[in-house]
Design a protein around this ligand. Structure first.
Ligand SMILES: Cc1cc2nc3c(=O)[nH]c(=O)nc-3n(C[C@H](O)[C@H](O)[C@H](O)COP(=O)(O)OP(=O)(O)OC[C@H]3O[C@@H](n4cnc5c(N)ncnc54)[C@H](O)[C@@H]3O)c2cc1C
Length: 276
């Protein structure tokens, strides 16, 4: 049905983006296909290897409240809890948040930082790719007509790692003005950065990695001076625009501030662990 040549057909998950876009008049699909009862798209589980498998129609409320997610991936639960209100999160899905492909989508930076993979299906075959390669522009993804996002798979986080999302927003129920997520893995018993992914939301046409900041951090002890330099570098990685939420200049400042906040939190976490 999604691949019909009759006209654009849209998948309907929670509808909290799609129905708004239709009511505002810009979008007039030929038909909607509800994903609610499509087998294989739902569920939220840890597989035998410790991967978190999030079915694309899992609600953000389910992610926020899942014991498995809270225990093993608290940064993902926290990011889900930042979306809209409880009412929105009870309908809104992870798949909808990602497939809507807003640069400001709140689940994208933390999932990018955690190294998540997107599983895509056309009903007959499946393909997987890193989530950071899923987005191609504002509202655009690699999905071909007839394809669905089936699931997101997040690899287990090392015990020596920290992952959290920091969101700046104007008021409750608002998408982020800027979002920054940090995954930092430390060499055991130290504050030396073994592995790092810093992901930014709402500062480029898609959610992005702050590659220059990551390169600066890798292999070094995470002290105050390094955090300052990396946060400035992250602001350089951002390519924001000015819009109704903020000017480009202010967004750059926010990237620096939130990166510093995230890296300071990672450092505090490592120091606590090193003392334990
Ligand atoms: C009041 C309000 C507050 C909000 N606040 C926030 C916020 O703070 N942060 C934030 O990030 N977002 C926010 N949103 C936006 C929205 O709630 C989220 O993006 C939500 O996760 C969308 O999920 P959905 O299931 O409702 O998607 P839908 O509206 O059903 O779908 C969105 C798009 O994705 C496509 N799609 C959905 N699922 C799939 C799939 N499995 N495969 C392929 N395509 C698919 C649809 O065709 C559509 O184009 C808010 C929305 C409202 C109305």
């Amino acid at each position: 049905m999604l691949a019909t040549p009759d006209g654009p057909v849209k998948a309907l998950a929670g509808g909290t983006d799609l129905i708004v876009q239709m009511r505002q008049g810009g979008l007039e699909p030929h038909a909607l296909v509800s994903l609610r009862d499509v087998p294989g798209l739902d569920g939220l589980r840890l597989d035998g290897d410790g991967n978190l498998v999030i079915g694309s129609v899992a609600s953000l409320g389910a992610v926020e409240n899942s014991r498995d997610v809270l225990a093993a991936f608290p940064g993902i639960a926290e990011a889900a809890s930042f979306v809209g209100s409880m009412q929105v999160r009870s309908r809104a899905t992870v798949g909808g948040n990602l497939c809507n492909a807003a640069p400001s989508a709140d689940t994208a930076p933390i999932l990018l930082a955690c190294g998540a993979t997107a599983v895509i299906t056309d009903g007959k075959t499946e393909r997987s790719l890193l989530l950071e390669d899923f987005f191609t522009g504002p509202g655009q993804t690699v999905l071909e007509p007839g394809e669905l996002l089936k699931a997101i798979v997040v690899p287990p986080l090392p015990m020596t790692s920290f992952a959290r999302y920091f969101k700046s927003f104007r008021s409750a129920m608002d998408c982020c003005t800027v979002g920054v997520a940090a995954f930092v893995d430390f060499a055991p018993g130290s504050a030396v950065v073994n592995d790092v992914r810093l992901a930014l939301g709402a500062v480029a046409p898609t959610p992005i990695r702050a590659r220059a900041a990551e390169a600066l951090l890798l292999g070094k002890e995470l002290d105050g001076a390094l955090i300052d330099r990396a946060s400035v570098e992250a602001a350089g990685d951002a390519q924001p625009i000015s819009d109704l939420r903020a000017s480009a200049e202010y967004r750059k400042v926010l990237v620096e501030v939130l990166s510093r906040r995230a890296l300071n939190a990672a450092r505090a976490w490592a120091e606590k662990g090193a003392k334990a």
